[in-house]
Design a protein around this ligand. Sequence first.
Ligand SMILES: [Zn+2]
Length: 97
Amino acid sequence: MTNIKLVDKWKKILGLNEYRTYLDIITKEEMIEENKLAYNGVCLYCNEKKLIIIKVINPTERTIIHELLHVKYQDYSENKIEKLTIKYMKDVKKGVI
Ligand SMILES: [Zn+2]
């Protein structure tokens, strides 16, 4: 599945279809500039404009789910988002999703 199809798949599952989404693949150096830390991804979003910009070093299904979960559950901690990511990835591996 292409990256864009993966993003569309997960926007649909998470009910984020009304958002326009841009996926940016960046280098580790650019990521460090972006947020001072070597995360795998960062997600910038605007609820008013219904806009999501996902910047990732390696666009795997896992990183895409993780970043979109930040938009879906905006008040969740990083820890909670990561736990949910793991849960969804288990469903993917089981073939449920
Ligand atoms: Zn995160």
